[in-house]
Design a protein around this ligand. Structure first.
Ligand SMILES: Cc1ncc(COP(=O)(O)O)c(C=O)c1O
Length: 453
């Protein structure tokens, strides 16, 4: 296929466009993970050639302040010199042995030291972590039913790609073609932050529920924090019914705070999940993830116990070295910096949108936050239904105006904005400078949509 010649007016990034055309010919949608395709915001996905600190550089030579940070992992910014040096040294020793290694022990020890989990199994992706945690919960309890919340994403695990059934307490239907109805027939999908729905589900199905899995603070419908005491309530409800409480901290772990979302609630309230899942930050930009929890539950895993789970590249020495080095460098100062930088961005975004007259809400969990283009008078965002009130058209215009000004926001309205310890004055100022025009563009989009009604 001969790609169309570049048209700089229609397409300001001809090199990205040319690569996207080639990618479309050989890869479904031209990308290896759907949201990268810019389908929700329009335009040409930027093909990134390199990244350093808070900045991305695309194949056309444009620089962007990165507010995605690889969807969370790059807590220290890109190409951190100490992480790079550790990775280079690890590569020089060989890249995979298929044997136990020292860095995986050290990474497991680091995770155990920072979280309430007693034992950890390393895997290669967040999807693998949640899939394995659910298998373990089912194996441990001898029960089959899994409870999840609408709007929480736990990776592309069949049983969790589920949409709510016809009623609250009916079992789910597949959320995508390719998932057999039998895979979601044992999944209950409930509205988030809704205690009575949880009580109803456990009252009706309690003795069949193996586990309840929740994002510790949902970040995949935009950031929707748990209401005060909600996670504690979930832990207590599970315990009362002999089910396991699985807290998915793939996104929030070592990111929302040094101890993840658990550091913001469980550590203060004195409870712990039975199982937790981790990914993103703990891989330092490499494919590494983990699940862990109570020693008596984890000991049911092969080879100690009967529940089978394995992985050729699990605990890979390069990935674990990157993750370990990242976690060791993730000091209190790092989280304090990211908190302050986030406060600066949140305040400036609110100011720009308010001046432009764009209704909006900022919702946060620790250092993670997102901006909803929805009317604050309708109340806070507390579940999937209220999250989807956001004006995705206004966000798309806002996104593209920010992108043209050199700020790379998540290419979807339903994602968290991520910062790093490398977001310095210069990077923050570039975001602040871009905001007013993007806010005005969003306001115009909203006005135009009103007129067309
Ligand atoms: C909360 C949560 N769980 C699980 C996953 C799946 O992780 P992965 O994409 O590494 O499979 C994600 C990915 O974004 C996530 O945010």
């Amino acid at each position: 296929m001969t790609p169309a010649p570049p048209d700089p007016v229609r397409d300001p990034v001809p090199a990205s466009r040319a690569l996207f055309d080639r990618a479309l010919a050989v890869t479904p949608g031209g990308v290896n993970s759907p949201v990268r395709a810019f389908a929700a915001v329009g335009g040409t996905p930027r093909f990134i050639r390199s990244a350093r600190g808070a900045w991305l550089t695309d194949v056309d030579g444009n620089d962007y302040v990165d507010l995605v940070c690889s969807w969370g992992p790059m807590l220290l910014g890109h190409a951190h010199p100490e992480v790079q040096a550790a990775v280079q040294a690890a590569v020089a020793r060989g890249t995979s042995y298929g044997t136990p290694t020292e860095p995986e022990v050290e990474l497991a020890e680091e995770i155990v030291a920072r979280t309430p989990v007693e034992k950890v199994r390393l895997v290669s992706s967040g999807t693998e972590a949640t899939m394995s945690a659910i298998r373990l919960a089912r194996g441990f309890t001898g029960r089959d039913v899994v409870v999840k919340f609408a709007g929480c994403y736990h990776g592309h695990v069949d049983a969790l790609l589920a949409a709510g059934g016809s009623g609250l307490l009916t079992f789910a239907v597949p959320g995508t073609p390719g998932v057999p109805a039998s895979s979601t027939a044992l999944t209950l999908v409930l509205p988030y932050n809704d205690r009575s729905a949880v009580e109803g589900a456990f009252a009706e199905h309690g003795d069949r529920i193996a586990c309840l899995i929740t994002e510790a603070a949902p970040g995949n419908m935009g950031v929707v924090p748990p209401e005060p005491g909600f996670n504690e309530f979930l832990a207590a409800t599970c315990a009362r019914h002999g089910a396991l409480f699985v807290s998915d901290e793939v996104m929030t772990g070592f990111r929302a705070s040094a101890q993840g979302q658990w550091g913001l609630d469980g550590a203060l309230e004195g409870w712990a999940p039975d199982l937790m899942t981790f990914g993103k930050v703990m891989g330092g930009g490499f494919p590494a993830a983990a699940f862990g929890g109570r020693a008596d539950v984890m000991s049911q895993l092969a080879p100690e116990g009967p529940v089978y789970q394995a992985g050729t590249l699990s605990g890979n020495p390069v990935a674990t070295t990157a993750g370990l080095t990242t976690l060791r460098l993730a000091t209190d100062e790092v989280y304090a910096h990211i908190t302050t930088a986030g406060d600066t961005i949140k305040a400036a975004t609110t100011e720009a949108l308010t001046v432009a007259g764009v209704p909006h809400l900022i919702s946060a969990a620790g250092t993670m936050f997102s901006v909803f283009f929805s009317d604050p008078s309708a109340g806070p965002v507390r579940d999937f239904a209220s999250a989807t009130r956001t004006d995705v058209t206004a966000y798309a215009v806002f996104f593209n105006t920010m992108l043209a000004a050199g700020v790379y926001l998540p290419p979807s309205a339903y994602e968290a904005w991520f910062l790093s310890s490398a977001h310095d004055e210069r990077a923050l100022q570039a975001v602040l400078d871009a905001l007013p025009q993007a806010a005005r563009a969003a306001a115009t989009a909203i006005d135009n949509a009103e007129r067309e009604k």
